[in-house]
Design a protein around this ligand. Structure first.
Ligand code: NAD
Ligand code: UFG
Length: 337
């Protein structure tokens, strides 16, 4: 298939571009590089032996997007492009609503104009909000508790309405849990700008000496060791989940929702221990106050993805930490190294 990947220079996007190429697909990437750089395209090409076509395009620029669609005949689109920092979305909600919603509306309008109606969308476990029991199941009522999460929820609603109104659309809403790790080659990985918001990138920067110590947000939760539980998923497993979903939306019409997670929760302290083992060194940390908005524990019910897509995670937490560490150690300053 000829596949357009928006946000394809980013963390999950770059790994998915590689998996798509390995599965024989022809990939075109668009990204405005607001949170990534073109170096990831070069590294993906080095790994796959094929350079994906790249366009520096902002999804909110409807004319530039139209040019991309006019120049190629896509079979499907995988849509990663968006802003994703929860705390920033609380401070700057308009920036998030504008970028994520207008970008998506422009994209699906362009798809409709050009008769491309197979779409895989990056949603998030954050849409389950704070009121659902764990594990999260796709049929639960959703309701995010921050502006970033609400952009995901609103896009899910828009796409559900679209799929309901026009049977020609085939849409997969993929709700990711906590993606970590890197390609085992150590050539592509996560390259957060500024201070990392997320746990594993922060630990990795402590291990490589860029930060002094990790602050563990809360040690008094009602969990086995007092720290929060999350469902960590290796980014390569996640990328493979997109290839599986793409094959599914190539055929039956409709709208599908799948959790992409392992079905297992790990605590912050377990992640620290696993990373220490991978890096062969202690990770200095201090337990501090809870981070506002954090939920004590959530993980996926991942049985639907297995039943419908034949997809399940294959990699352990130790492998996630080993691969993340290899990437960080070989690229201490990310792609800027
Ligand atoms: P990322 O920031 O590395 O990748 C997103 C890419 O989108 C970046 O390269 C950025 O430059 C690009 N982008 C943003 N706005 C754009 C626009 N208007 N036009 C063109 N390009 C634009 O993030 P990621 O971790 O790879 O996440 C990919 C997707 O998955 C995002 O939609 C994110 O919300 C979602 N997601 C991520 C996580 C996570 O923990 N990483 C969890 C759940 C869902
Ligand atoms: N944590 C720390 N110290 C840090 C960073 C994180 O203790 O410096 C803790 C958090 O308190 C939480 C756990 O590590 O208990 C995981 O935190 P992350 O920030 O890595 O991940 P979240 O579960 O908060 O959120 C992530 C993404 C969201 C997404 C969600 C579900 O950032 O966008 O996973 O997919 F919605």
């Amino acid at each position: 298939m000829k596949v357009l990947v928006t946000g394809g220079t980013g963390y999950i996007g770059s790994h998915t571009v590689l998996s798509l190429q390995e599965a024989g697909h022809d990939v075109v990437v668009i990204d405005n590089l607001v949170n990534s750089g073109e170096e990831s395209v070069r590294r993906v090409a080095e790994l796959s032996g094929r350079t994906p076509e790249f366009h520096n395009v902002d999804l909110v620029d409807e004319a530039a997007l139209e040019d991309v669609f006019a120049a190629a005949d896509f079979d499907a689109v995988i849509h990663f492009a968006g802003l994703k920092a929860v705390a920033e979305s609380v401070r700057e909600p308009l920036k998030y609503y504008y970028n994520n919603l207008v970008g998506t509306l422009n994209l699906i309008r362009a798809m409709d104009r050009h008769d491309v109606r197979s779409l895989v969308f990056s949603s998030s476990a954050t849409v389950y909000g704070e009121h659902n029991p764990v594990p999260y199941v796709e049929k639960m009522e959703i309701g995010a508790n921050n502006p970033y999460g609400r952009t995901k929820e609103q896009i899910e609603d828009i796409l559900s309405d679209l799929g309901g109104a026009d049977q020609r659309w085939r849409i997969a809403l993929l709700r990711y849990f906590n993606p970590v790790g890197a390609h085992p080659s150590g050539r592509i990985g996560e390259d957060p700008q500024g201070i990392p918001n997320n746990l594993v990138p922060f630990i990795a920067q402590v291990a490589v000496g860029r930060r002094e110590k990790l602050m563990v947000f809360g040690g008094d939760y009602n969990t086995p060791d007092g720290t929060c539980l999350r469902d960590y998923i290796h980014v390569v497993d996640l990328a493979e989940g997109h290839v599986a979903a793409l094959n599914h939306v190539a055929e039956p019409a409709g709208i599908f929702r799948w959790n992409l997670g392992s079905g297992q929760g790990s605590s912050v302290l377990e992640v620290i221990r696993s990373f220490e083992k991978a890096a062969g060194q202690p990770i200095p940390y201090e337990v501090t106050a809870r981070r506002p908005g954090d939920l004590p524990a959530f993980w996926a019910d991942a049985t639907s993805a297995l039943a419908d897509l034949g997809w399940a995670t294959t990699k352990t937490l130790d492998q996630m930490c080993e691969d993340h560490w290899r990437w960080q150690k070989n690229n201490p300053n990310g792609y800027g190294t």
